[in-house]
Design a protein around this ligand. Sequence first.
Ligand code: P6P
Length: 335
Amino acid sequence: MTVEATIALPVGTTLDRFIMRQQENFGYAKGELSQLLRDIALASKIIGKEINRAGLTDITGAFGRENVQGESQQKLDVIANIRFKRALINGGEVCGILSEEEDEIIQTNNYNGKYVVAIDPLDGSSNIDVNVSIGTIFSIYRRVSPVGTPAVIDDFMQGGRKQVAAGYILYGSSTVMVYTTGQGVNCFTYESSLGEFFFSHADMTIPSTGKIYSVNDAYFDEFAAPVQTFVTEMRRTKGAMARYIGSLVGDFHRNLLKGGIYLYPPTAKTPHGKLRLLYECYPLAFVIEQAGGRGYDGTQDILDITPTHVHQRCAAYLGSTQLIDELVKQLNCEV
Ligand code: P6P
């Protein structure tokens, strides 16, 4: 290493520089998707700052309204929704947004925007008040409606395999942005003193198996017998670890790094599953497949599900390929 490098260590590759370099791999790219990813990163920096100060400002707790899911909105759910909408509207690349927090698709009036975004602005927000990691999940499609017109529902209903990019931001012990454009999965860690995301994990790959299983044990008796058998087998695995923090992005990210499986099976309260297809399961299934894992809904790969409603839910099993394959075997032998 040269003297210069030892006395002035390189700080690393910023997200912006990485995106620009990746853009060169897309012949047709004119920078719109790059700008869109930067817009998402900008909003996440602002949200991350507000989350980290939540205890000092009056933005914890319930907002006093329910969202389209009938769930009590936390104040930070509303703030995150506003921040991401504003960043995407002002960025100009997006003609429409589907947000977990709003019933209808949001028209940005950027009729020339070539993309639409489906987003869960802040997932797991009930954990904010107890300082547990939370996250943003996003999914990006090229629009199918004509440029120069408003976004339409069909722009969002193309199916998981039509996503052009997807990922998440995890506001945890550090803030990381993980995303894929179909060329593998890369992770960027936020350096708040510089206000930049820096390239920290290249080409993330989930171990082909693992000992971690993430499921809400309180619902065990409501799970279908094959799922109960799978969980019981996991419990008996030597070195098995039950890890469930009630925050999807946190559980997903840990399992992506260490190997394991996240399960949200149908329950009595959520017979079709709890997680939402368009802005939770599709994007995370895209990431996990790109990282060499698998996302399954109990009958098919999540990315192959044909969407029927923008806020529809699905059962979700996300993780290491060998664990999902074992679960599939259990489910099929039930049939
Ligand atoms: P339960 C948060 O509401 C969420 O959507 C995910 O972040 C989390 O994994 C799951 O629900 C927790 O649900 O029913 O176990 O509390």
